[in-house]
Design a protein around this ligand. Structure first.
Ligand SMILES: [Zn+2]
Length: 218
């Protein structure tokens, strides 16, 4: 059956989920004193492995999908800002393997072409589902929407006049362990092209994504 019929965001993932890894983790939990006969643990290793796999999409699949999206361009007369703000995305911190909740806003100024507007949300979803730093997620998104210079880039991109990305993160590694700073939100920003050279354009973007923004988990 076509996976797209089940979940429009799903990607082909040929790899089986890492059930054995979660079996080992459960062994450790039982060694700690929890009851291995508790029926709530039945099937947990496979369920947990499937869930984890959704946060670690295969990099080649992400690359292909981004390339496909960038090839499907449409001509436009517009040179106004295209902004897709407040996308809630889930990710994994590479330092602690704990989830991160992001709110991601991306913008660009077209240069003759645009991509479909829903593709901006899909892009934020795709690039979030990796064990990657918030700083690098922000930079990768900005690079995909500004493929105008020769700097090496991880993903195929769209030629635009400039791009801007603003990300706020609630990191469970900061909130639920270590410093236990559950109230802290980490924000990162990356600007390319016209957003760097025109302060008014940058300000318009920052105002649009920060003014009256709902709380990212109050
Ligand atoms: Zn972390």
């Amino acid at each position: 059956m076509n996976q797209l019929l089940i979940n429009p965001r799903a990607l082909d993932d040929p790899q089986p989920p890492a059930e054995e890894a979660f079996d080992s983790l459960l062994e450790w939990i039982f060694d700690r004193g929890y009851d291995e006969k508790d029926v709530n643990f039945e099937g947990t290793a496979l369920r947990a492995a499937k869930g984890f796999a959704q946060l670690v999409l295969p990099p080649a699949a992400i690359e292909n999908e981004v390339a496909k999206m960038m090839q499907k361009r449409f001509p436009t007369r517009s040179d106004g800002m295209v902004l897709c703000k407040h996308n809630i995305c889930f990710s994994l911190c590479p330092h602690h393997l704990l989830p991160v909740i992001y709110r991601v806003s991306v913008a660009y100024i077209p240069e003759e072409h645009v991509i479909g507007i829903s593709k901006l949300s899909r892009l934020t979803w795709l690039l979030s589902r990796r064990p990657t730093l918030q700083e690098d997620l922000t930079a990768d998104l900005a690079d995909v929407l500004y493929a105008n210079d020769d700097r090496p880039k991880q993903y195929q991109g769209l030629k635009t006049k400039g791009s801007a990305v603003y990300v706020e993160g609630l990191h469970l590694c900061m909130a639920a362990r270590g410093i236990e700073s559950a109230e802290a939100r980490v924000s990162t920003q990356e600007l390319r092209g016209i957003f760097l050279t025109q302060p008014a354009t940058r300000q318009e973007f920052v105002d649009a994504v920060t003014r009256n923004a709902p709380a990212l988990i109050p």
